[in-house]
Design a protein around this ligand. Structure first.
Ligand code: FA5
Ligand code: MG
Length: 558
């Protein structure tokens, strides 16, 4: 596979403002996204080496046929694009007679039939919570980064969440029918661009950067990620992830080297059970033998697990230290377990769960990087691991923050509680009353209309939902043109009521015995984190939700 330097090309493209015109020329998307991303480097990324400007696999990403088709398709939107360009700095969606489009972090995009962005989601793009040093997301990020020391690891943040479909899915080997690709699960800007669903979207660029900067052996990336999902106290459509990777170059003594790296790792006080040590089965296999030496794979997996156990241990220690001494270690050492997992871009793959409030809570996914991904980035004959963690999951444990919406709060009663470098337990400032409202409806007039839940979508159903895509929920597009996806209801709620919705539960579902029609009832809990909502306000919101449900999905309200 041919890899070429594109730095000059990218600079020329910049000069010609190709990036700004990218909505018209979606195929050279890698130019645009890399240009945007390189601008988006935080203070952590040295300007002259911003990793997105390194080698890219042009043969994969530029398809001349696609370029021609896409540019002619978007050519007629020049007026709309101009309007978007001149529309002021904030993110927004514009509809006019030519069509619709969005301006995201200064760049215009023309919508097509794949687009499903909403104003409410765009209003959260660019907040960059991980760059506010006193914010719990940033404090947690720094704590995780401290477990991966420079110069072995380089730490990056990627501010611009718009990436190509290629970066988010194709380059990582996602099957075409993976549920994460569905419009019901992912926010598409248009058919070529989306809001990244995971930090792994930057793996190719980051591994390419590593190839050009061999003094580093690994990296971490911190970013905001976006998923259309259910609404409850641990799910929000935007959350934060950190990705990490480590590689070892070809070397005759490589196994001994990795082993010595493992032995140099400090001991932790965790109680860890490892249920994922057999890589000889189809469930969690070695990669083909001609590419991977099994002894090395076992060592890489051991190094990966030990590295992440360090992170959990550090989080646990910091969390303990923030408690009054009488309350410390009252529940003994932290219990964790490794289980088998599936990700298209690692094999074998693992998830780490910790015992929390009587349940196993998934904290992260990881594995031995697929060789094809390293090779494509120029890291020939290297071997390595990668992981991805949800920062909110860690931060909620660390600070005792009970509701994921709080991270987005601008209320000083929340923000003033946290200081860089310190872990302090969150003090609830007040609990405002909940307001429950039910919405019950017949799905539609067709007797056999299926429910938006409970069905399976594709051949990948049942696998871990890497990068989103809950295989237990059905989707409009794949299986049931008569109904809709549960995530579509969540989107209506977010659009109408934003973060005033605390959670949404399906409380009743039945099929009428004679007509065969299906009825659903969802219970919505409206509660502000910052004030008491008036009845009038909630009624207004709820009526608007019902109106949209009727208009958008053709449901018959009961
Ligand atoms: C991924 O996103 C993979 N990219 C992780 C990975 C990276 C695997 C590199 C292998 C190599 P997953 O969808 O499971 O995997 O998400 C990773 C973590 O993000 C989860 O373990 C969880 O901690 C967090 N997470 C996932 N969904 C949510 C959500 N809706 N809200 C908050 N945190 C979430
Ligand atoms: Mg997972």
């Amino acid at each position: 596979m041919q890899l070429v330097k594109t730095g000059a090309f990218v600079r020329a493209a910049r000069a010609a403002k190709v990036a700004v015109a990218a909505a018209r020329f979606p195929a050279p998307a890698f130019v645009q996204s890399r240009w945007q991303s390189s601008q988006a480097q935080t203070q952590d990324a040295p300007d002259e080496q911003a990793f997105p400007e390194q080698s890219v696999d042009v043969s994969r990403e530029v398809d001349p046929a696609k370029t021609a088709a896409a540019s002619s398709k978007h050519g007629r939107h020049s007026e709309l694009e101009k309007k978007l360009q001149e529309s002021g700095p904030e993110n927004k969606i514009i509809h006019d007679t030519e069509g619709s489009g969005a301006k995201i972090l200064g760049t215009p995009y023309i919508f097509d039939e794949t687009s499903n962005l909403s104003g409410s989601i765009l209003s959260l793009v660019g907040r960059n919570l991980y760059e506010h040093p006193d914010h719990p997301i940033s404090i947690t990020r720094k704590l995780i980064e401290s477990c991966f020391e420079e110069p072995t690891f380089k730490h990056f943040a990627m501010n611009n969440p718009v990436v190509t479909v290629t970066e988010n899915f194709d380059t990582l080997g996602f099957p075409k029918d993976h549920p994460g690709r569905s419009r019901t699960d992912t926010y598409y800007v248009n058919s070529t661009h989306l809001l990244r669903t995971h930090t792994s979207a930057h793996e190719h660029s980051a591994f390419t950067w590593l190839n050009n900067n061999p003094s580093s052996k690994g990296y971490t990336i911190c970013a905001d990620v976006y998923r259309r999902d259910s609404i409850d106290r641990s799910h929000f459509p935007v959350f934060h992830q950190m990705e990490g990777a480590r590689v070892w170059a070809p070397n005759a003594d490589r196994a001994a080297l990795i082993e010595s790296d493992c032995n140099n790792m400090p001991k932790t006080s965790l109680q860890v059970e490892d249920q994922a040590t057999d890589f000889s089965t189809d469930a969690n296999p070695f990669q083909p033998e001609h590419e991977h030496n099994h002894e090395e794979v076992h060592l890489v997996a051991r190094h990966l697990k030990l590295s992440l156990e360090q992170v959990i241990d550090r989080i646990f220690q910091a969390s303990q230290a923030s408690l009054p001494s009488a309350a410390r270690s009252s529940f003994g050492p932290m219990r964790a377990r490794w289980i088998e997992a599936y990700f298209p871009f690692t094999s074998p793959s693992f998830e780490l769960e910790v015992a929390w409030s009587g349940e196993w809570l998934e904290l992260l996914g990881c594995g031995v990087t697929q060789q094809a991904i390293l090779e494509r980035a120029g890291l020939k004959n290297h071997i390595g691991w990668a992981w991805g963690v949800g920062i909110e999951r860690f931060a909620m444990l660390l600070f005792g923050i009970p509701d994921i919406r709080l991270f987005w709060s601008t209320d000083p009663r929340f923000l003033k509680q946290f200081t860089r470098g310190k872990i302090t337990k969150f003090e609830p400032f007040s609990k405002y009353p909940a307001c429950y409202k039910d919405i019950a409806f017949w799905i539609n007039a067709t007797p056999s209309a299926s429910s938006p839940i409970g069905a399976t979508t594709s051949s990948t159903s049942g696998v871990a939902a890497a990068a989103g895509g809950d295989a237990t929920k059905a989707s409009l597009t794949e299986t049931q043109p008569a109904a809709f996806h549960e995530n579509d209801i969540m989107e209506v709620l977010r659009d109408v009521a934003g973060s005033l919705v605390e959670d949404v539960k399906l409380v009743d579902e039945f099929v009428h015995p004679t007509s065969g029609r299906k009825s659903l009832c969802y219970r919505i809990n409206y509660r502000s984190l910052e004030r008491t909502l008036t009845n009038e306000e909630v009624n207004g919101l709820h009526e608007e939700v019902a109106r949209r449900m009727k208009g958008l999905f053709g449901v018959e309200l009961r």
